[in-house]
Design a protein around this ligand. Structure first.
Ligand code: FES
Length: 316
């Protein structure tokens, strides 16, 4: 089970507008010079009014512990978190922010391929900076609709050398890139990292299907949606007590557990952050998350979105 994270009250020290309806928000501690350390690829939870919790990757320099930088794109179809951060958050506001956590970290390898779609650039910018500073071989490909609407280009050019970066814009045919061709060869020990919107994630997952699982690292904004999925009721068995807990079709396993006083930690509640992850011992899980690796699905479960057939025994 994930460990609950420390929540700090941080001050909004700077807000910068970027193309593509993105705001870069700088968060500092009101009195302490240093924030908890983080590694490239880590994210924090922002606790917004009305109990909403949203995850944002840290895009700043991990050596600079005086501040956290996040990039927030306004998502008109979202659940209101980004709109609040764009429309309501102001300089000097105090925001509860969790300590950093990561499911998306650099792995040992002789070279690293970073693929970013739109605002998915934020964790990969931090990774590129780290790889450059440590003298490792890497290349960042950044995919976006148009040059004019692409955020953080100046941050990229400040942090990275142009030889490490390729930009690909939908409206500039000369810049376009064939993902299948890009991912067809894999150098020994090469590591792949990618982050972006759902269609981008699907395309990369398909093009990299032949890569070994341990060489592929990703972070999704949300679990993939399957419009044809119809939730069915199922039953949870709690291994520690043997108690049986019915999960109705209209309720998540996380909600069912909460209803009997088992409050697993949670954040996104859309299968993307892994905060609610727990283990299971037997049963047929229907995994619907965007965070677990295929090999983890044999015994790990994301109860905010995943379901089961029949009875699933949770290791709780
Ligand atoms: S709370 Fe984020 S994956 Fe469940």
């Amino acid at each position: 089970m994930a460990t609950p994270r420390i929540v700090m009250k941080l001050c909004v020290a700077e807000i910068r507008a970027e193309p593509g309806d993105v705001r870069v928000i700088t968060l500092e501690h009101p009195s302490r010079p240093h924030l908890p350390p983080f590694g490239a690829g880590a994210h924090v939870d922002l606790h917004l009014p009305n109990g909403r919790v949203r995850q944002y990757s840290l895009m700043g320099d991990e050596k600079d512990r005086s501040r956290y930088l996040i990039g927030v794109k306004r998502e008109p179809e979202g659940r209101g978190g980004s709109a609040w951060l764009h429309d309501q958050l102001a300089l000097g506001d105090i925001l509860p922010v969790s300590s950093p956590r990561s499911h998306f970290a650099l792995a040992p390898g002789t070279s690293h391929l970073l693929l970013a779609g739109g605002i998915g650039i934020t964790p990969l910018l931090a990774m590129g900076r780290r790889l450059k500073e440590t003298g490792q071989h890497f290349h960042l490909h950044y995919f976006a609709r148009s040059r004019a609407s692409t955020p953080l280009l100046s941050d990229i050019s400040q942090a990275l050398e142009s030889r490490h970066v390729s930009l690909h814009f939908d409206d500039e045919p000369a810049t376009q890139c064939d993902l299948v061709a890009l991912l067809a060869p894999r150098q020994d020990d090469q590591q792949l990292y990618y982050c972006g919107p759902a269609g981008f994630m699907r395309a990369i997952s398909a093009a990299a299907a032949h890569w070994p699982e341990e060489a592929v690292h990703f972070e999704a904004f949300a679990a993939p949606r399957d419009e044809d999925f119809t939730p069915e009721p199922f039953t949870l068995r709690l291994a520690s007590s043997g108690a049986l807990l019915p999960v109705p079709a209209g309720e998540s396993a996380l909600e069912a557990l909460r209803s009997v006083g088992i409050a697993l930690p949670s954040a996104c509640e859309n299968g993307a952050c892994g905060t609610c992850e727990c283990g299971y011992l037997d049963g047929e899980a229907l995994h619907r998350d965007g965070v677990l690796r295929p090999s983890a699905r044999a015994n790990r479960f994301i109860p905010c979105v995943s379901r089961a057939k029949g009875t699933l025994t949770l290791d709780l």
